[in-house]
Design a protein around this ligand. Structure first.
Ligand code: ZN
Length: 262
């Protein structure tokens, strides 16, 4: 059994070495990877759950950008003022994306109060039109966290607005080829991965990038992000036939296969 048939045997999933534009995912790993954009509610989510995908895309010759809708400042421990903590997270993100060869963008909406409205949706749409990604990775909506749920909704509509030829914004329209949802312990409700990305060559660098964050080793709360997310790549690797992997869930619209034979 080869890697692909093994992955298919565990739920019809596909195993990839990069995220690409082609609609036939299993056949497309030789294509040049395009630009990937991670859109996250909080900077930590971005690096911990989407950072390895960014790193892998860049390592394969693509480009990457991370857009955070807030600075995640309300995750501050008692002894650090929220505003200062937010700046610590911004600094950590700048260092982390620099290490991965990506770029960071921030919209700085208040943490825990990220709205879902036309203003933020158009702001995200403008960044999509500016950055022109082929692939977007973002939060799945099965989350207990309202910011994560709103991020999902914002991205859904921002992608629509970005590609709408008849909607005049500051920049020309841009259509995103694919949307994937990230494997996040806070967004686990009905998360069913169907795509496994081999991250072996970038795993060490990604773990090093995550270590810039003040909460990565559980310093600011109860959750040990480092143990969870590093172990998760081992578990997802077991399921996909890779040593270490990241699992992603495709947007429902791109799971449709058009074929003249089976
Ligand atoms: Zn979060």
């Amino acid at each position: 059994m080869n890697r692909r048939s093994f992955a298919q045997s565990v739920g019809g999933a596909v195993a990839l070495s990069a995220l690409v534009r082609s609609s036939v995912l299993g056949e497309s790993s030789s294509e040049t990877p395009g630009k990937i954009m991670a859109i996250t509610a909080h900077p930590g989510d971005g690096l911990f759950t989407m950072g390895a995908s960014l790193a892998q895309q860049i390592n394969r010759g693509g480009k990457g950008v991370l857009l955070s809708l807030s600075l995640g400042e309300k995750g501050a421990p008692k002894d650090i003022p929220a505003q200062r903590y937010g700046e610590m997270q911004r600094t950590a993100t700048d260092k982390a994306v620099h290490l991965l060869g990506a770029e960071a963008k921030f919209l700085t909406y208040p943490d825990a109060e990220i709205p879902f409205n036309e203003e933020i949706t158009l702001a995200v749409s403008d960044v999509i039109r500016e950055q022109r990604p082929d692939v977007i990775v973002t939060h799945w909506n099965g989350s207990w966290h309202k910011d994560h749920q709103n991020c999902y909704l914002i991205v859904r509509d921002a992608v629509f607005y970005a590609g709408l030829e008849t909607l005049t914004l500051n920049r020309p329209p841009h259509s995103v080829s694919k949307i994937y949802y990230a494997d996040n312990w806070e967004d686990a409700n009905n998360f069913v991965p169907d795509t496994y990305l081999d991250i072996e060559t970038v795993r060490d660098k990604w773990l090093e990038a995550c270590d810039f964050y003040p909460m990565w080793r559980g310093q600011t709360g109860f959750f040990r992000y480092n143990d969870y997310y590093s172990a998760l790549t081992t578990m997802r690797g077991c399921l996909s036939g890779f040593k270490h992997a990241v699992a992603l869930m495709s947007d429902a619209g791109q799971r449709v296969v058009r074929s003249r034979s089976l």
